[in-house]
Design a protein around this ligand. Structure first.
Ligand code: 5GP
Ligand code: MN
Length: 348
């Protein structure tokens, strides 16, 4: 078996598309996390530095300030929230589109229509269930890998200009890929495979600055983050008899602490450290909906819960979605009752 399903045929098809393309648009999911930004940056950097392509990153939302460092200055980035016209123009002008860390264009929100209308070849490189294969000419997809960044790393090793040696990656790409893998594994805590350590080892040898990356990721927050995380854990967390821990971060709380995008990253994992908790759900209030993050222990499917109750999906033990009001619930105040019902039904 080829590592992560990266067959010679797929590599050759990708090579042929890269060879023919002049201008490549590289995209990822909305509210891009470290893996989305790391994989997109890694590919854009490779295509520009090693292939001389006009490659540009196009994202549905601007990166949160906590992870924006992942996109190096050498990677041109357009964001739909701040510059919609430039994004649409760019997509219309591209002759190849690559989507990373998302199973289809539905996860690119405001950009979905433009991508689906574009007649050019498309490539998918992803690690979520249910890839939307029909929209793509070439699909690299497996759930059994740490991250899109790792899957991309092993694809890049097979491509022209890298030739199996991580030392041949542009250093910006190497740093971005290690960062993406680090955030999606929660710094080597979950979804780690033998090849994941090998990737880290090879990238360290190639000169990535892991200490600097860890310090930027985990020791560079504003004070607000630590305070609001403490408050939400001590005052807002509830645990049901069935073992669901949930936290509802209302607009009121988020505003009171001046919380910015990305500043509650990691909070949803914390309740899982309690012995009797089987699943943890974080709701963050947004306009007309709550953004939902779900984590579960083995034998409980966060993905199923996201699909069934929160209009979403994701991985077996880490998933997400949305809870609409009015819609799924009448008003934001009904969220707690909804979660209690999810607990009784889903964890019975
Ligand atoms: P997070 O809780 O870190 O925002 O998201 C965890 C995982 O859940 C993501 O990696 C992604 O796989 C999935 N996810 C998050 N939000 C959504 C969503 O709105 N729709 C779907 N289908 N998956 C999501
Ligand atoms: Mn990912």
């Amino acid at each position: 078996m080829e590592l992560y399903g990266i067959t010679q045929e797929l590599v050759q098809s990708l090579e042929a598309l890269f060879e023919r393309a002049a201008s490549v648009t590289v995209a990822a999911h909305s509210h891009p996390d470290g893996d989305a930004l790391g994989s997109v940056s890694g590919l854009v950097s490779y295509l520009r530095e090693r292939r001389g392509k006009d490659a540009v990153a196009v994202l549905p939302d601007s990166p949160a300030s906590t992870v924006s460092f992942i996109v190096p200055n050498s990677v041109p980035l357009l964001c739909f929230d701040t510059d919609p016209e430039a994004c649409l123009e760019r997509i219309a002008e591209s002759d190849l589109v690559v989507l990373l860390d998302a199973n289809g264009f539905s996860r690119t929100e405001g950009l979905q229509e433009a991508f689906e209308a574009s007649p050019v070849p498309k490539v998918l490189i992803d690690h979520h269930v249910g890839p939307d294969r029909n929209r793509f000419q070439v699909v690299f997809s497996t759930e059994d890998v740490s991250s899109a960044s790792e899957l991309l790393y092993y694809i890049l090793l097979r491509l022209k200009g890298i030739d199996g040696d991580a030392h041949n990656l542009p250093i910006d790409a190497a740093n971005a890929l290690l960062t993406g893998m680090t955030t999606d594994t929660n710094n080597f805590a979950n979804s780690v495979y033998p090849a994941t350590f090998e990737m880290a080892s090879q990238l360290l040898d190639a000169g990535v600055e892991r200490d600097e990356i860890l310090s930027r990721l985990y020791n560079n927050y504003r004070e607000n983050r630590v305070r609001v995380m403490g408050y939400l854990q001590s005052e807002a967390m509830r645990i049901t008899p069935e073992g669901l821990a949930y936290i509802i971060a209302t607009r009121d709380i988020l505003d009171r602490f001046g919380v910015n995008e990305g500043e509650t990253e990691g909070l949803v994992n914390i309740p899982l450290s309690i012995d009797r908790v089987r699943m943890s759900i974080l709701l963050k209030q947004d306009k007309g909906h709550f953004r939902v993050s779900i984590r579960s222990k083995k034998k409980t499917s966060a993905r199923e819960a996201a699909e069934k109750y929160f209009n979403g999906g994701g991985h077996e033990n880490a998933s997400g979605g949305k809870l609409w009001y009015p819609g799924d619930i009448d008003t934001p105040e009904d969220a707690a009752a909804y979660l209690e019902k999810v607990s009784r039904e889903f964890l019975k």
